[in-house]
Design a protein around this ligand. Structure first.
Ligand code: NAD
Length: 335
């Protein structure tokens, strides 16, 4: 039976990279019944909302969604669809594996980091107000419940995937109460997982240590804001945002999307690298229990990268989004 999955093309390069990934997923032979739904800036005109109710209802019904990036205006305008979606669907864990890919030139070899980011609170709660003109307050919410839940997710992921270490990243030297609570929760959870090494690092030092030698890190466990920033930093270790996949996971619902945004600078030009979204599709196949198909997609991506004949502009090549998708789909379809 076909898997019914909510499909959100999104804004900017979203429709292009999502179509590319759908093409590759189709080549696996796994059947999908795509339930296409609107979200993002492009949804406002027709549906009057960046996150129409029908889209949320579809995800609640199908329990699995595959999403392109959506645009959020800077400073003014609508709130982030992503923040809203993650909160409304309680997709509390943002899982972002960052692994060196063959044939891709980057400053480091053998990077294999998993970023586990809390997805529902912190400064992303959207609680901001003007106290008096010229003074604005932005409230950081950290709860025992959400911190414990994300720490459990990180340790359970470590055990299920034979990872050796979890590093909790914080700024508890300054934010003694909020980040202090986050660390207390991480330590309490760590005590129940003695086979996984646990350590802690202050976020600024973490960034410096990552840039010096990313291979010394395994799983990074972070609050929402630090996780957002460190994810993009880590994407730079493996060839950039066009290569970094991701998943947002809740109790019974999961939404798969790349780390990158809508890249308005290259939208509509067939220039976007679809690999991050294609690898997010492989994560979705794993989630659906289609492990063999997921491996075939990863092998096909590796094969095309290793050959090096078809690469998008961000990787130094001249191939377009659709060409890469066709090359990967052809590999997936090979027996
Ligand atoms: P971005 O990730 O869209 O782009 C940053 C840079 O990376 C740009 O130079 C872009 O061209 C490049 N890039 C990104 N993805 C690429 C790809 N697949 N192939 C080749 N190059 C790629 O980040 P931004 O410019 O800070 O944000 C643009 C918009 O995206 C904003 O409105 C932001 O809110 C939104 N955004 C959405 C998501 C999401 O929906 N999950 C995530 C991040 C940013």
């Amino acid at each position: 039976m076909a898997y019914r999955v909510t499909l959100i093309p999104g804004d900017g390069i979203g429709p292009e990279v999502v179509a590319a990934a759908v093409r590759v997923l189709g080549a696996t032979g796994v059947e999908f019944d795509w339930d296409t739904q609107p979200a993002g800036a492009t949804a406002i005109g027709e549906h009057g909302s960046v996150l129409p109710d029908r889209t949320l209802e579809s995800i609640r019904r199908n329990k699995v969604a595959f999403k392109g990036p959506t645009e959020t205006p800077v400073g003014t305008g609508h709130r982030s669809v992503n923040v809203e979606m993650r909160k409304r669907l309680d997709l509390y864990a943002n899982l972002r594996p960052v692994k060196t890919l063959p044939g891709v030139e980057s400053r480091y070899d053998n990077v294999d980091i998993v970023v586990v980011r809390e997805n529902t609170e912190d400064l992303y709660s959207g609680l901001e107000h003007v106290v008096v003109p010229g003074v604005v307050e932005s409230i950081k919410i950290i709860t025992e419940k959400a911190s414990t839940r994300i720490a459990k997710f990180a340790f359970e992921y470590a055990e299920a995937n034979a990872r050796r270490k979890v590093t909790a990243v914080h700024k508890a030297n300054i934010m003694k109460l909020s980040d202090g609570l986050f660390l207390d929760c991480c330590r309490a959870v760590a005590r129940h997982h003695p086979d996984v090494t646990y350590d802690e690092m202050i976020v600024d030092n973490t960034c410096m240590q990552l840039v010096l030698d990313p291979t010394r890190f395994d799983i990074l466990l972070l609050e929402n804001l630090y996780g957002d920033i460190v994810s993009d930093l880590c994407a730079g270790f493996i060839g950039g945002l066009g290569m970094a996949p991701g998943a947002n996971i809740g109790v019974d619902t999961a939404l798969f999307e790349a780390v990158h945004g809508s890249a308005p600078d290259i939208a509509g030009k067939n220039l976007a690298n679809p690999i991050a979204v294609i690898l997010s599709g492989a994560m979705m196949l794993d989630h659906l229990g289609e492990k063999k198909a997921a491996e075939r997609v990863r092998h096909a991506v590796h094969a095309v990268l290793r050959e090096g004949r078809k690469l998008t502009r961000d990787l130094g090549g001249t191939a377009g989004t659709t060409e890469i998708a066709e090359a990967i789909a052809a590999r997936v379809a090979q027996p």
